[in-house]
Write a protein that binds this ligand. Structure first.
Ligand SMILES: [Fe+2]
Length: 491
């Protein structure tokens, strides 16, 4: 993660001392070595092979006009981990599902990072994880290796911008891949963003700009960045804060970037004295910062009660008011409370007030929106939700379609033992502007793991009539482990 990254001066020294303390305290825990990690079992278990398979079996009909590829990233440790904490650790593996002419093909490849290359040479795991960073013998890293105690896993998301494909992990720079999923290497935007870059950048559908940020445990704690539509670095703007907060995602509107600074403090000093590295400090409350995207104007600040956010669905602004839709967690780590669900935060820029309301009470995560509506008012959104039969820890068995225009939520419940991953919106090619404006055209796709059969399929649903039977179900050549984030990339 960012707070371990080597480029933050004296932080490296602190991190090195910290890693030794953590290694001593956690590795020596009497149960630490004997409890099977549930996030390395069942649908989470890694796969080690890299396949290329054409003409997958299809039940139903893939719309023949669909032409593109769904790339999805996720953690997939190549070797038995020294330390493994979901959802932070594990080598990135990209799963590609290509749809063309009514046919489907599958390919998966590891993201061959510098850290994984060193481990392949050694034939075993060398690096630790977030819970137990592990110093690596420099002789094993090699001249082109990753010298940090935690490697850049490039495992969280995969996007395409200005013709380049990037596997993303928030603690390091993007890793560029080619269209065949071969790893090209780290990409730092001409040397302007060498340290780290969020795994959740936003691409403005009108300007084509990519907006992102990086955060760290020492000043400057958070830097907001703008990349133009051609992939050129435009600017970085610091957000002035009194501490470093874990910030996984953010939201944009047409004019602003919105950061929720939930009270998970990257507390290196505290950790060196026996505290937690990621420390839930609810007394700080949640602070919200609204930055002008063009860097022209003051940052507006809002205060709210403490809660935690991994993921935002979307945001938009109108008449000086910003609405932000997000999945709210009651806390972080061992904090207790109701399960995460979809909330809306309304920020009045003139009055300086923040008001939040729960939109739906069903347990949810991995919210998505049609990318054409990023930063704009959207009627529809989608997420994973709890099904009628509760899934195993960390899994969901149903997909939801929200109607934020006042309509009902619709659910596609896959049933017990059917574990569904993050949905992706796939726009209908050739949809009229009127259709697009009414959010009427498209499908929702997702990988579904059948626990009883130990097999995965890709399911294609009507995006609006999500309750209807699948339009197509594509059998995968073998299980696709549960992952994080992905995107549809039209040809
Ligand atoms: Fe995420």
């Amino acid at each position: 993660m960012s707070f371990i990254h080597r480029t933050f001066g004296d932080l490296t020294v602190k991190a090195s001392r910290l890693q030794v303390m953590l290694s001593m305290s956690l590795a020596s825990h009497p149960l630490g070595r004997f409890i099977p990690n549930p996030f390395l079992q069942g649908g989470f278990a890694p796969v080690r092979d890299e396949l290329t398979v054409d003409d997958l079996p299809v039940r139903g009909t893939i719309p023949p006009e669909l032409d593109g590829v769904y790339l999805r990233n996720g953690p997939n440790p190549a070797y038995k981990p020294i330390s493994y904490m979901y959802p932070f650790d594990g080598d990135g593996m990209v799963h590609a599902l290509r749809l063309r002419g009514g046919c489907a093909a599958y390919r998966n490849r590891f993201v061959l990072t510098a850290g994984l290359r060193a481990e392949r040479r050694a034939g075993r795991a060398l690096y630790g994880g977030v819970a137990i960073p592990h110093p690596v013998d420099p002789a094993l890293i090699g001249p082109d290796g990753d010298p940090n105690p935690i490697k850049n896993t490039a495992n969280t998301n995969i996007i395409r911008h200005a013709g380049r494909i990037f596997a993303l992990w928030e603690g390091g720079p993007p890793t560029e891949l080619d269209a065949g999923l071969q790893t090209i290497g780290p990409y730092d935007f001409g040397g302007r963003l060498p340290n780290a870059f969020t795994a959740h950048p936003k691409i403005d559908p009108a300007t084509g700009e990519m907006l992102g940020f990086r955060y760290a445990g020492c000043a400057p704690y958070l830097m907001f960045s703008v990349i133009d539509a051609a992939g050129g670095f435009v600017r970085e703007v610091p957000l002035r804060m009194d501490a470093g907060f874990m910030v996984h995602d953010f939201a944009i509107t047409e004019r602003h970037a919105v950061f929720f600074l939930c009270p998970v403090v990257v507390d290196i000093e505290g950790a060196m004295h026996g505290g937690r590295l990621l420390d839930w400090q609810p007394a700080r409350g949640t602070r919200i910062a609204v930055l002008p995207r063009d860097g022209d104007g003051p940052v507006r600040w809002f205060d709210a009660d403490p809660f935690f956010v991994f993921h935002f669905m979307n945001a938009h602004e109108q008449d000086g008011r910003i609405a932000v839709d997000y999945v709210q967690h009651a806390g972080f780590g061992r904090a207790s409370g109701p399960p995460p669900s979809l909330w809306r935060m309304e920020l009045d820029l003139a009055a300086g007030t923040a008001r939040r309301t729960q939109l739906h009470d069903r347990s949810a995560e991995f919210p998505r929106v049609d990318p054409a509506f990023e930063g704009r008012s959207n009627r529809y959104g989608w997420s994973l939700v709890r099904g009628a039969v509760r899934g195993r820890p960390g899994t969901f068995t149903a997909l939801a379609r929200y109607d934020l225009g006042g309509g009902d939520m619709a659910i596609h419940d896959f049933g017990g033992g059917q574990e569904v991953d993050e949905p992706v919106f796939i726009p209908r090619p050739g949809a009229s502007q009127e259709d697009a404006a009414q959010e009427a055209g498209g499908w929702i796709g997702a990988y579904v793991y059948d626990h009883a059969c130990d097999a995965s399929r890709f399911v294609l649903l009507d995006a609006i009539d999500i309750q209807a039977p699948p339009i197509a179900e594509i059998s995968l050549p073998r299980r696709v482990p549960h992952g994080f984030h992905g995107n549809w990339m039209a040809s």
